[in-house]
Design a protein around this ligand. Structure first.
Ligand SMILES: NC(=O)c1ccc[n+]([C@@H]2O[C@H](COP(=O)([O-])OP(=O)(O)OC[C@H]3O[C@@H](n4cnc5c(N)ncnc54)[C@H](O)[C@@H]3O)[C@@H](O)[C@H]2O)c1
Length: 444
């Protein structure tokens, strides 16, 4: 049996220069450098594969810069590792040496043949079934028979990929959250027939990378997107309904405000969809609907994509415009499909909309203030009890959204996507930074 350390001696990442791939690359590059420094007997190689050459160069720069920062934070560890190196005196010398060590293990290339000796293959290519099938069909031939595959797919059932591509038993879902180097959560999706040794090693690796794992079953969308897609669709439908009385832009504002400020979330639902990318939201919906056949679809999302309004991130991490327009990362206007233009959220507009929503249950409570509050559980409980009794448009919308979110979460447990309510709550609190899990008794 090949142990995890041996597997870590030759690793490949496919789609390495993308948002997720680059974070995984950084995590693995650092881990390999430390292993190599502790164990001079073995060679560690990290094969970074991406079809985009320019992005691969950007990836190398990113890993180098982040390795420098990591080295600065890990001076004690570096001092211990370089204790026999009389030539390295100053901190700066050791950091420079460490950065060189990290870069030493990296190989970049555009073709999957670079993975020919890899025993551990991460994949974070585009979320398109045909692309993933193509990649795994080729990897099945190129990679050693003993290779294991860790996919970052957000929605595609793993057994479909693994069975179709001839790697049954050798694939597991290793679903990082964005950005992988920072986010603590890792959803581990184990398809039926997965080699138990792979399952064990996947959890061992997650521990090495200091991730908090949540197990999910191999059902399209898994836990994170299983909740997010249904939550997003609920809000889009609620908004469309509201738009009949108030107008499109007004309805987007109201649902955005309620989903953020009334539900005490870090961002409103439209900002979150923009952050993920409206195009990615559409792709995930399509895959989930193909396998689950429960009407997970939105004409509005399709229309936005047709109009070229996609959201998502710029290569430097800035927010692109989508449902909302952003200035310095803050929403300032709302897209009006009838005008094909953004309508500013000026003071008069905000005042008018807020008065229609009615008073906020407790304006002193925000996601930010509560995040640092040791009494947050009790405060939220009292807050939702107030919200429960309020007879305003905003409070009613908030209760509806709260219940839709809870129902979506409960369905995930009922359908066996999650084994326990706590797993869904962990994904929402750790992966989406909610202050509370959707399965709770706050409104009871
Ligand atoms: N972005 C997120 O928030 C997020 C979160 C969790 C999981 N995911 C999943 O991670 C995966 C990657 O998402 P992303 O957001 O990083 O995408 P991305 O578009 O930023 O990156 C994808 C990368 O894959 C490369 N690529 C595509 N096809 C390839 C091929 N055939 N060979 C080599 N390289 C190829 C692209 O050049 C690109 O650099 C998807 O499966 C997605 O669902 C994304």
């Amino acid at each position: 049996m090949i142990n995890l350390d041996t597997r870590m001696q030759n690793v490949a990442i496919v789609g390495a220069a993308g948002k997720m791939g680059s974070g995984i690359a950084l995590l693995m590059a650092l881990e390999m450098a430390y292993r190599a420094l502790e164990d001079r007997e073995h060679t560690y190689v990290l094969n970074l594969i991406d079809m985009n050459d320019t992005a691969l160069q950007g990836l190398l720069r990113y890993v180098r810069d982040q390795a420098q920062k990591d080295g600065e934070k890990q001076m004690n560890r570096l001092r211990a590792l370089y204790k026999d190196r009389a030539d390295l005196v100053e901190n700066a010398d050791m950091i420079q040496e460490f950065v060189a060590e990290v870069m030493l293990h990296l190989r970049t290339g555009k073709t999957l043949t670079l993975a020919k000796d890899a025993l551990l293959v991460f994949e974070a290519a585009f979320e398109k079934e045909e692309i993933k099938f193509q990649i795994y069909n080729e990897l099945a031939v190129v990679c050693p028979q003993a290779a294991w595959f860790l996919t970052n797919t957000s929605s595609i059932p793993l057994h479909v990929l693994a069975d179709t591509c001839g790697i049954k038993g050798r694939m597991i879902g290793f679903h990082f959250y964005n950005p992988p180097a920072v986010q603590k959560l890792l959803e581990v999706i184990t398809p039926e027939g997965c080699d138990p040794a792979l399952v064990e090693s996947a959890y061992e690796l997650a521990k090495v990378l200091r991730k908090k794992t949540v197990p999910a079953n191999d059902i399209a969308g898994f836990i994170g997107n299983g909740h997010f897609m249904r939550d997003g669709l609920h809000c889009i439908r609620d908004m469309e309904h509201l738009a009949e009385d108030y107008g499109f832009v007004q309805a987007v504002y109201m649902v955005e405000k309620v989903s953020r400020d009334y539900l005490l979330r870090p961002m409103g639902i439209f900002q979150l969809i923009d952050y993920v990318g409206i195009d990615v939201f559409q792709l995930i919906l399509r895959v989930m609907d193909k396998y689950l056949k429960e009407g997970l679809h939105s004409d509005l999302v399709d229309n936005f994509i047709e109009m070229g309004v996609k959201g998502g991130q710029t290569s430097s991490g800035g927010q692109k415009d989508g449902f909302l327009k952003y200035e310095k990362g803050k929403p300032v206007a709302i897209f009006d499909p009838a005008k094909r233009d953004y309508v500013p959220m000026d003071e008069a507009f905000v005042k008018d909309m807020d008065s229609r929503l009615g008073a906020h249950p407790d304006p002193s409570l925000t996601w930010k203030s509560l995040s640092r509050d040791p009494e947050k559980e009790a405060r939220m409980r009292a807050y939702f009890q107030t919200l429960k009794t309020m007879d305003t448009l905003g409070a009613g919308m908030a209760r509806n959204h709260f219940e839709a979110s809870r129902d979506a979460a409960l369905d995930l447990v009922k359908q066996g996507v999650a084994a326990r309510a706590q797993d869904v709550n962990d994904v929402l609190t750790l992966g989406f930074f909610h202050l509370y899990g959707p399965i709770n008794d706050f409104l009871d």
